[in-house]
Design a protein around this ligand. Structure first.
Ligand code: APR
Length: 244
């Protein structure tokens, strides 16, 4: 049935894994100012504050309280069983898709598990919290690693690959994203323009401006496994309600 599937995930797919979203009640942006911890200016202004913000999220990611949920595993199952092309584009910086087994994966907003040399742009697996002694090995003198995170005002990663995939896809599914941050928020328009079926999975009902053709309201961990089974059974998404 479908030959080219593109999936966009946001913080909502990791919410059931114990990772805070950004804009839900008690979300990350209620506790921190975006300007202070998610912009180059904020980093230049108070490097230690920004390092504490990302180091604490990195440490939580590697605690026992966080692990992939059924939605992550379902997307990995889809990648392994689907005989067409699939690409998971994630806005998330956690590694839960990888831990669940996804490989056809693009982190457009960077990764918590990496630091980046500010000079060479080389990335390094993070082995300790950010700080003055956590430096690159590519420069002399060594440079203090920065979070390998795309901050507001910086260019997301993989945009050429993303546009190519959106141009070719026949099914676009957005899971657990508020659709408030561009360019990700505009991917549905591109998919619609290229004739793809567009589907959204979100805890909340769609608002009247939603550009998605189909919407499934509920938890990603409940809906995505069933959605994946329907796709693998050759069903047309939206032709019948999801049987939860
Ligand atoms: N299942 C499905 N959807 C959920 C769940 C869940 N269990 N829990 C929350 N959601 C939905 C919320 O209704 C909301 O629409 O997930 C969405 C989370 O929205 P945001 O917190 O805005 O996260 P996201 O869309 O990923 O933010 C995009 O903004 O701050 C930047 O770089 C940051 O990548 C992030 C980008």
């Amino acid at each position: 049935m479908y030959r080219n599937i593109v999936i966009l995930t946001g913080a909502g797919i990791s919410a059931e894994s114990g990772i805070k979203t950004f804009r839900d009640q008690n979300g990350l942006w209620e506790q921190h100012s975006i300007e202070d911890v998610a912009t180059p200016e904020g980093y230049a202004n108070d490097i230690e504050l920004v390092e504490r913000f990302y180091s604490s999220r990195w440490q939580q990611l590697h605690s026992d309280e966080v692990s992939p949920n059924p939605a992550h595993y379902a997307l990995a199952k889809l990648e392994q069983a689907f005989d067409g092309n699939i690409l998971v584009i994630t806005q998330n910086v956690d590694d839960l898709h990888e831990r669940a087994g996804s490989r056809r994966l693009l982190h457009m907003h960077g990764e918590l598990n990496k630091g980046r040399c500010p000079k060479s742009l080389q990335t390094f697996i993070l082995r300790e919290p950010f700080g003055p002694d956590n430096c690159c090995t590519c420069c002399i003198p060594a440079k203090r690693l920065r979070p390998h995170i795309v901050w507001f005002g910086e260019m997301p990663f993989g945009m050429d690959r993303i546009h190519d995939a959106l141009d070719r896809c026949d099914l676009f599914i957005a899971i657990g994203t508020s659709g408030t941050v561009y360019p990700a928020a505009g991917f549905v328009d591109s998919a619609n323009h290229h004739g793809a079926q567009t589907v959204e999975v979100n805890l909340l009902e769609p608002d009247r401006h939603s550009q998605f053709q189909y919407h499934f309201t509920g938890k990603a961990g409940d809906i995505v496994p069933q959605l994946v089974d329907d796709i693998l059974d050759g069903k047309v998404i939206g032709s019948e309600p999801i049987a939860l």
